[in-house]
Structures are given as C-alpha cells and as structure tokens.
Design a protein. Structure first.
Length: 277
C-alpha cells in the first residue's frame, strides 16, 4: 500500500491558506490587494496539455490560481497538478510574456503521474501568454502548451450508454491519428444490457461486453461482411484485433475514453459523441 509522505508544515499551511482564499473568491486578491499591473489573475481550470503535438486531458482537480505578490509585476501562483499541490513565483515582462520560477510542491504518489510530470515540466521558465475572455494558453518556446479555462471542467462521460467515436490508435506510449479518410467512421456503444454494437471503420458489429471494475471484455464479434480496403480496412483490422484480444483497461477523463490492452500495449482513444436514449 502506497503511503503519503509527510509534508513540510509551512507548505501544508500555505496550500490550506490558498484553498481558503480560492473558496472566498477567484480573483486572486485578498483584503483589497491590487491586481498585478500586467498579465492575468484568477483561478483557472486546466483543460489539457499539448506535448509534442499530442493532447493530454487534465484530471478534474488540475487548476492554476494567480494572485498579486509584492514587488514590481510579480504574481504568486498556486495550484494543483491533478493531485499534488504546488506554488510558484511569476514575473510578467508584458501581458504576453511571463517567467515562472517553481516553488514548493507536495509529493504524493498519484494515479495521473504522467500528466502531473508533464504539467510541472511545462509550467516553468519563459512562457508566451495568449488570453481571451474565457481562456488562457501558455506556450513554451518548443511549442508545447498549457490550456486553461474559466469554465467548469466537463464532467466525465459514462462508459455505458455513450456513443464513442474512435480518434486515435495507441501503441504503448505512442498515439497515432487515424489514417486520412477513416476519421469519424469507427464508433461503438456499450449498452446497459451487456451488449456492444457499432462500426469497426467499415463493417458494423455486435458483441457481448462485460464490464468489471476498470476492465471491459468483448465477446466474439458478429459483423457484416463487406470487403474493407484502404484506411477503413486498416482501422477495422486494428479494432477487431483489440476487441478480440482479451480484457481491456478503460479510463475516462471528461469526454475522452482510453482503452488499452495490458498484454500488448495496443489501444485506442475515443471521444463521447452523444448519449444513447
């Protein structure tokens, strides 16, 4: 059983104080303190990260709060990587240019450590700021991005009774977009009666599907018998092999589903299209 390490007393107190301030108002100010002369303030939900062209959906708790700090155009940042809390010092050279100096952070063993590690790596050094009324994008010199929003995070879609549209194929840690011409064709639904149905990219299918905890297992697939060539056939072969290869681990964050085979590392990601009535 993994245990939570003891945190420095000063950090625990600081994070508790930050949470209290956020609950009282999201403008980052306390007691009428002035806003920084430049840059943005307030509490922002982390929507996603873009790393090497790939999107990582943020866990629900991930957020960033910026409030005023003493001295020039500095701001104080507090937040949550998705599980662990953090602090940082921010200096705005202009409304579109900020430099982040990381401070303290907690050190718990968390479920989404890949996301947390990527977030911590991106939120430091010099970042370009692009702001709209409801969003902020922080961009590194390499083109990676932290995407923020003032709007509440999208609640997790249910696994069952949702139309899932396949949008990428996984091979271990590598995600590949669907071949040109195959996008939007492969979709499936798990029903409350334990059945599954949909389209493999070309042929339609039906099967039994058993959900147990964090895994789902498809029974033998019954399909139509069209000859499937080109991009549609490539996707169909990948899905047929995945669904017929034994138990799959599933995870949902917002409207994004990931199915992966523990044995081969193959998998898919899919987006929630609509609820099934």
């Amino acid at each position: 059983m993994r245990t939570m390490p003891l945190l420095p007393a000063a950090l625990v107190a600081f994070l508790a104080l930050s949470a209290t301030a956020t609950a009282c108002g999201d403008d980052g100010a306390s007691g009428g303190a002035p806003r920084p002369d430049r840059g943005f303030t307030g509490t922002w939900s982390v929507v996603s990260l873009t790393v090497d062209g790939q999107t990582m959906t943020a866990p629900k708790p991930a957020e960033l709060t910026l409030g005023p700090a003493e001295g020039g155009h500095e701001a104080e940042a507090t937040g949550n990587y998705g599980c662990n809390g953090f602090t940082a010092r921010v200096v705005f050279a202009s409304d579109t240019d900020m430099t982040v100096r990381p401070g303290s952070s907690t050190d718990m063993a968390c479920e989404n450590m890949r996301f947390e590690t990527a977030f911590a790596k991106l939120f430091q050094g010099r970042l370009a700021v692009r702001e709209t009324p409801d969003t902020v994008t922080l961009k590194t010199a390499e083109g990676d991005m932290i995407n923020l929003s003032t709007k509440p995070r999208t609640p997790d879609a249910p696994l069952v009774a949702t139309v899932w549209t396949v949008d990428s194929l996984l091979d271990g840690a590598t995600a590949s977009s669907l071949p040109a011409g195959a996008g939007g064709r492969a979709r499936f639904t798990l029903a409350a009666d334990g059945s599954a149905s949909g389209n493999l990219g070309c042929n339609r299918f039906n099967a039994k599907a058993a959900v147990e905890g964090g895994s789902v297992t498809f029974g033998p697939l019954t399909t139509t018998r069209m000859a499937c060539l080109g991009p549609e056939g490539e996707v169909e072969r990948a899905l047929t092999g995945l669904f017929g290869g034994g138990p799959l681990q599933w995870r949902i964050q917002g409207d994004a589903l990931t199915l992966t085979s523990a044995g081969s590392g193959a998998g898919i990601t899919a987006k929630a299209a609509s609820a099934v009535e």
